[in-house]
Design a protein around this ligand. Structure first.
Ligand code: ATP
Length: 470
């Protein structure tokens, strides 16, 4: 590998004029130290080269035979939204520049320009791409490494490793100015995560939630942008939009996968330009809110079906948080059930119910299509009819019929230890259990105590006892 190559990704330059190709390559190598360059003098070859190489920056001439530069910008931004395009044209016309920027070019330069100015602009786009790569690398790192958590996450009950990686990642991005996309099945806790991001960030403004699923394009504009007095029949007063209400805070756009295509264009423009027009007004306003979007839909499939814009997808998912479904984090079921039963007992003013062992086996074998929301509803329903003692299995008959082949009795009578193995002493077993609970709870004593069914002070005492004398 050539360690002197800069940047780590390739820069493609396309111009039908060979002598310009040579001179620009020489100039950017000289001024910017960029030598990871691919030269191309035939615009028909550009898309093929983008499919093969690790190209992240493209410099294009505007007037070329076969495929013009502006046709290529549109295709590149559509097919490779992560690539930045800069135009270096022989035409010094404002209209041409505006057209290219609108099509998605990062910048527009004229060939006769001072090479240093051009080099600065190229360096800016290289740095932008490097930051994107750093961001991806940091994300990978954080997903592997645990640190102590912000108290905002104590409301999100989980001992699952993936969830704790999500919490760490959120802490690192909560003050970023870029949008955050939260995905996951219905009921996994996406809104709860958005609230945690709001609490972890240093935003002074509110978290304003808008469900965009049921909004047609007019209602979307009116809800988000607000309107001027007299903008339409019935608009007797001017009204502020949700963007303004979220000023200094976070605008949470829920069910973004169901947003209609016309409104997707408006949202994209808002994200790109940072400006919007209240309905009926010619005066633009600037957005001063961070945007979080969430969906239970598979946006990649929607994108492939032409139902979700490619460019908007990449704009929204600069930071991406995916919440695993409950069936993939079975170790959370017992804790969540206990949590919801406690809430329900308080609400119904009833004594707390015991959780029968067979109930946990049943729930751990159930797919939970409605995820945590479904478990919550089950817990509240069961507590509404509960009298005292063990929670009745009757309240879970619908779950039982969803897993007809499950033999609960066989699972219950499974021996804990092989008959041939030596039994640990009581003291050893207790120490092993405490160590395992602390590991599963990522050293969170309150969660570990819940897993062990003892109080937190009792666990803390045990942990202190286990420490070597100082
Ligand atoms: N880890 C958790 N700990 C405690 N409560 C949770 C957890 N996850 C979700 N909940 C609760 O489950 C319910 C559903 O969560 P939420 O509304 O955040 O889900 P969602 O993913 O946004 O759902 P949808 O896709 O339908 O909008 C809420 O009552 C929420 O408080």
């Amino acid at each position: 590998m050539n360690t002197n190559t800069y940047p780590s990704f390739q820069v493609l330059i396309c111009d039908d004029d060979d002598s310009f190709l040579r001179s620009i390559s020489f100039a950017i190598e000289r001024y910017c130290g960029i030598n990871n360059i691919i030269q191309c003098n035939d615009s028909r070859e550009v898309l093929g080269k983008l499919n093969d190489g690790d190209i992240r920056v493209v410099l294009l001439d505007l007037n070329m035979p076969h495929i013009s530069g502006d046709e290529l910008i549109a295709q590149i931004t559509e097919l490779h939204p992560h690539i930045s395009v800069l135009i270096i044209s022989g035409i010094n016309q404002v209209e041409a520049a505006v057209k290219c920027i609108k099509l998605g070019a990062y910048g527009y330069h004229v060939k006769t320009e001072d090479p240093e100015r051009l080099s600065n602009s190229i360096m800016q786009v290289i740095r932008y791409q490097e930051l994107n790569l750093e961001n991806q690398a940091m994300r990978g790192y954080l997903l592997e490494n645990q640190t102590s958590l912000h108290p905002a996450f104590s409301k999100i009950i989980s001992v699952n490793h993936q969830m704790h990686s999500v919490f760490n990642y959120i802490e690192s991005i909560s003050n970023s100015q870029q949008p955050i996309l939260i995905t996951g099945e219905s009921g996994v806790g996406k809104e709860l995560i958005a609230r945690a991001i709001h609490e972890t960030s240093s935003c002074s403004g509110e978290l304003v939630c808008v469900n965009v699923a049921g909004l047609d394009d007019n209602l979307f504009s009116d809800t988000l942008f607000g309107h001027k007095k007299g903008a339409f029949t019935g608009a007797e007063q001017a009204r502020k939009g949700m963007i303004e209400r979220a000023s200094g805070g976070i605008l949470f756009l829920d069910e973004i996968g169901d947003l209609n295509l016309a409104s997707q264009v408006k949202l994209l423009r808002l994200l790109q330009e940072g400006e919007y027009y209240p309905v009926g007004s010619d005066t633009p306003k600037r957005i001063n809110a961070h945007i979080i979007a969430a969906t239970h839909q598979n946006l990649l499939t929607k994108k492939e079906n032409g139902e979700f814009r490619n460019d908007l997808y990449y704009r929204l998912k600069i930071h991406h948080v995916n919440i695993p479904p409950l069936r993939e984090r079975k170790q959370d079921i017992a804790l969540l059930l206990e949590h919801f039963l406690t809430l329900a007992a308080q609400e119904f003013n009833k004594p707390l119910a015991n959780i029968p062992k067979e109930l946990l086996i049943l729930l751990e074998n159930y797919a939970f299509p409605g995820n945590i929301r479904e478990l919550r509803a089950m817990a509240f329903d069961a507590m509404s009819t509960h009298q005292s003692g063990d929670l009745s299995m009757k309240a879970f008959e619908s779950v039982r019929s969803a897993v007809p082949t499950l033999d609960i009795q066989a699972q219950l009578s499974k021996p804990l230890f092989e008959s041939s193995s030596t039994l640990p002493t009581l003291k050893q077993a207790a120490e092993l259990l405490v160590a395992e609970a602390m590991k599963r709870a990522n050293s969170n004593q309150s969660l570990a105590a819940q897993l062990l069914g003892i109080s937190q002070p009792a666990l803390s005492k045990r942990l202190k006892k286990g420490q070597p004398e100082s």
